[in-house]
Design a protein around this ligand. Sequence first.
Ligand code: UDP
Length: 314
Amino acid sequence: MKKRILITGAAGFIGANLCERLVKNPDNMIFALDNLYTGNLKNLAECQKYDNFQFIRGDVREKFDLPVDQIYNAACPASPPAYQRSPTYTTMTSVLGVVNMLELAKRYNAVMMQFSTSEVYGDPEVHPQVESYRGCVNPHGIRSCYDEGKRVAESLCFDYFREFGVKIKIIRIFNTYGRYMNPNDGRVVSNFITQALRGEDLTVYGDGTQTRSFQYVDDLIEGIDRMMNQSREDFQGPVNLGNPDEFTMLELAEKVLRKTGSKSKIVYCPLPGDDPTRRRACIDLAKKELNGWEPKIKLDEGLDKSIAYFRQFI
Ligand code: UDP
């Protein structure tokens, strides 16, 4: 009997990378759910070649019934311009989506992994961010639809676990980049690389001193796999998955300019509201619980791979 695996948000950036990893194991049967709000079927072209892969067009906000053994709930727009386009849609995708997936897990005794985010820490007063830090989130700002939606989702996971014994696992994903990112999704890595390749100005928001730590997607997928297959039943997380190397946005812009050899200039644009000032993943827990997991791909190497990927869109 094959392991029946449901991936929501499967045609998105992380979903597609995860599908591609899991479909290569012939003991898995992959059901890939997506409503294509931000996802793109082209990301699944490789997966569609496999017999053990099935795409289902559907929306996690609606009830869904399919016998499964594992659920990876990745569905939700994740880039700030994308999730702010319809904030109510974003919140409802997180909240109704997680309820529908937890109900499914409850019905079939499946494991449900929730894709949470470093945004649950908001604009953090604790640095680097450890899982025990409860965060500093504006409950009514322009990022709240994403941040609070994801926080409610974590809370629902733990309530389904405590109230109904549903098997849950929660990962908090820090800034991630790489293959299958939408070149127009508005995030910083895709923006800077496509701007540099097109000879356009690189748009640094604010003074560019805010920091992020960037993880190449392959490292994330390895962490996700280890978390799902972690044998300790009582380890639900949440666990941070991110690269602890921290950079300012100006450093990132300069790296991209150097690597692409672009003659583009840096221009300064207004800083969007509630933009976190600094962010760096503390990954001590992941290292301890996930068999020594840590990112292997440095920013320089990951940027080279990403520049090669984004060239096809120019
Ligand atoms: N950013 C920037 N220029 C851009 C896009 C983003 O300077 O063209 C900044 C943004 O203000 C933030 C950081 O880069 O401080 C990361 O932004 P992104 O949207 O990639 O992710 P998030 O803010 O959700 O971490």
